[in-house]
Design a protein around this ligand. Structure first.
Ligand code: PGA
Length: 250
């Protein structure tokens, strides 16, 4: 049984006080008996350590939003996976569409980042998803196949995959449950081809893209959706909790 993972991607949002307020509100609510699932917050890098302290003992895991492929070296402005582990992270998002677009990240680079994360003991959350143009051209599944084939690290464990159609991220447009179910089944089949069916069954595949409290319930019935990667709605403790309540463990 794959346990649901509700992950918040705070992106480039939050000064110190905002991050602390949000982290403390979440920790207090979850310590007090939140929904039974795995929790993760991925704040911007400057907040990793204070947020990690604020959520300590709450059961909420800490994750980063990116890492370098190498463990150390002359790479100004980058953070290595061992540094993130040292800062208290247990997860790191790699290959988010905003990085693929803003920084031209290729599948090969994402794969190397995911491998670096695993080598540092972190669970990579490998993101992928088609653009609107690709979906309208009927190429969504083909694009997903290229990304899955090109972006996965060598080991099936620890690994989380996030299907995030680019056109649904931050737009308020949500993929239909049918489209999500089709994409997730396709991804799991492809993971089976890479890692073997048994290993693929254990990999959590999240959905992301404009998940809000009022649409999270639609994802609840989908067997292959193992939780959500939540952007905008993860910046409000109430919304983040409401989404988790709509996508319960099991
Ligand atoms: P969104 O972002 O929920 O704001 O659409 C999701 C993501 O990019 O992970």
């Amino acid at each position: 049984m794959r346990r649901k993972l509700i992950a918040g991607n705070w992106k480039m949002n939050g000064l110190r006080q905002d991050g602390l307020d949000l982290a403390r509100a979440l920790a207090a609510r979850i310590r007090g008996g939140g929904p039974d699932c795995d929790w993760l917050v991925c704040p911007p890098a400057q907040l990793l350590i204070p947020v990690g302290e604020a959520i300590g003992g709450s059961g909420i895991a800490l994750g980063a939003q990116d890492c370098h492929t190498e463990a150390a070296g002359a790479h100004t402005g980058d953070l290595a996976a061992p540094m993130l582990a040292d800062a208290g992270c247990s997860f790191v998002i790699v290959g988010h569409s905003e990085r693929r677009t803003d920084h031209g990240e290729s599948d090969a680079l994402v794969k190397a980042k995911a491998a670096a994360a695993q080598a540092a003991g972190l669970t990579p959350i490998v993101c992928l998803g088609e653009t609107e143009e690709q979906r309208e051209a009927g190429r969504a599944l083909e694009v997903i196949e290229t990304q899955v084939t090109g972006s996965m690290p060598g080991a099936a464990e620890p690994l989380v995959v996030a299907y995030e159609p680019v056109w649904a991220i931050g737009t308020g447009k949500v993929a239909t449950p049918e489209d999500v179910a089709e994409a997730h089944a396709h991804i799991r089949g492809l993971l089976g081809g890479i890692f073997g069916a048994e290993a693929a069954e254990a990999i959590r595949v999240l959905y992301g893209g404009s998940v809000k409290p009022n649409n999270a319930r639609d994802l609840r019935a989908l067997a292959d959706v193992d939780g959500g990667l939540i952007g905008g709605a993860s910046l409000k403790a109430d919304d983040f909790l409401a989404i988790a309540n709509a996508v319960p463990a099991g």
